[in-house]
Design a protein around this ligand. Structure first.
Ligand SMILES: Nc1ncnc2c1ncn2[C@@H]1O[C@H](COP(=O)(O)OP(=O)(O)OP(=O)(O)O)[C@@H](O)[C@H]1O
Length: 370
């Protein structure tokens, strides 16, 4: 897919801009805090309806404005598409080719994007919540039905937790009520766990090869799902259903005592091992960074495999962080294949000479010049 045009209105530090005539490789150059990240963040938001930096949509609206609008025109394998997102205090509205979408999940994934930013190191060394967010966002953009189950699961989880808290403070236990919540929690939870296992399995295949290539055959990267119930390999929904139910019955008393749901995909994790050692614990900063890079490059291939088209690639201030060898690996992966948008503080900080057909944009205080 290829982005031809993007326009922003009252988005972050942009009052109104429209940019077009993009190239396969686009460089946004500017000093700190000028709006480079904001620009590529807008492309990410158009793909996933959410920012990679925040869960609070209102932060995307310019200070003092009531609403924000971002739009783009993209060329896809099967034709061109116009996307539009409007943010206001009443929520967000999404349009595809001018038609308002009733469900956001119908909008997400119309264009696909992979973002590689300095914060991605947290996927390797941060808390399990960061890894779950990574899984949810990435699976959601290739399989919108995943988002439906996730949303339903989260609703039930909130209600079930409220019920457990009330029971705890009232000192009462209503087993019938808990059974009703369990049924719904498990129904959606099983779908989430199954899709996560399948996604990790596919990502593993790509990431292992890519990581091996980047490290000159020295490092074997292994991704492992750490579910809160049942075995790692199990994918049969009926078996997972049974396993989740058993786990809930095992932790029931503890849940009443703690007033919270203690098993389910909201407590799952993902680990990374390099040559058998956990990267978060034993990996050097460089190894952790390479792991994050391998993951992102693997995602590009996985999206291509799933939807038959390459996503756009957004590189936020990461080229200068990589050594020349890794920079070259990265550039060779996207060059002539994936439309790429890169931010950097200076052209000299990146291996710009290797970038073919690059269009350079200068960003200064919310204004952009080609
Ligand atoms: N909702 C908002 N309304 C107005 N301005 C905003 C809003 N959110 C962020 N900003 C401003 O955007 C600027 C930061 O932009 P951005 O994160 O794109 O910087 P950058 O050019 O990528 O810088 P760096 O090189 O430091 O990463 C800051 O000046 C910040 O105050």
């Amino acid at each position: 897919m290829f982005i031809n045009q993007i326009s922003l209105q009252n988005y972050r530090n942009y009052e109104h801009i429209q940019l077009d005539s993009f190239s396969p490789v686009n460089l946004f150059i500017g000093q700190n805090a000028q709006g480079k990240t904001n620009l590529i963040e807008a492309l990410f938001v158009l793909a996933l309806s959410k920012s990679h930096r925040t869960n609070k949509d209102k932060e995307l609206i310019s200070f003092g404005a009531d609403n924000a609008r971002i739009a783009c025109e993209a060329e896809k394998k099967y034709g061109n598409v116009k996307l539009e997102l409007n943010f206001s205090s009443r929520g967000k509205k999404a349009k595809i080719n001018g038609l308002e979408q009733r469900k956001l999940s119908d909008f997400i994934g119309t264009i696909n994007a992979v973002m590689f930013a300095p914060e991605d190191l947290e996927i390797v060394k941060g808390s399990p919540g960061v890894r779950r967010r990574f899984l949810d966002m990435e699976i959601g953009q290739v399989q919108p039905s995943y988002l439906y189950h996730l949303q339903q699961y989260q609703k039930v989880l909130v209600q079930r937790n409220n019920y457990l808290k009330q029971s705890w403070s009232a000192g009462s236990k209503d087993a019938t009520m808990l059974d009703i919540w369990n049924e719904q929690l498990v129904e959606h939870g099983v779908k989430i766990v199954r899709k996560r296992k399948q996604f990790i399995h596919k990502l593993q295949g790509w990431a292992e090869n890519i990581h091996m290539g980047i490290t000159g055959g020295k490092e074997k990267l292994v991704l492992s799902y750490v579910p809160s119930f049942g075995g790692v390999e199990e994918e049969d929904e009926a078996v997972l259903f049974e396993q989740f139910m058993i786990k809930l019955s095992q932790v029931k008393e503890q849940e009443y005592r703690r007033g919270a749901t203690l098993a389910g995909p909201h407590r799952d994790d993902l680990t990374f091992h390099i040559n058998g050692n956990e990267a978060a614990v034993f990996g050097s900063q460089g190894q952790q960074r390479t792991t994050a890079l391998s993951l992102k490059l693997a995602e590009i291939e996985l999206i291509h495999e799933e939807i038959g088209e390459y996503p756009i690639l957004l590189l936020d201030d990461v080229l200068s962080e990589l050594d020349p060898y890794r920079q070259t690996q990265l550039i060779e992966t996207f060059q002539n294949k994936v439309q790429t948008f890169i931010t950097a503080t200076g052209i000299e900080s990146i291996n710009a000479g290797r970038l073919k057909e690059a269009q350079i944009f200068h960003v200064h205080q919310g204004h952009v010049e080609k």
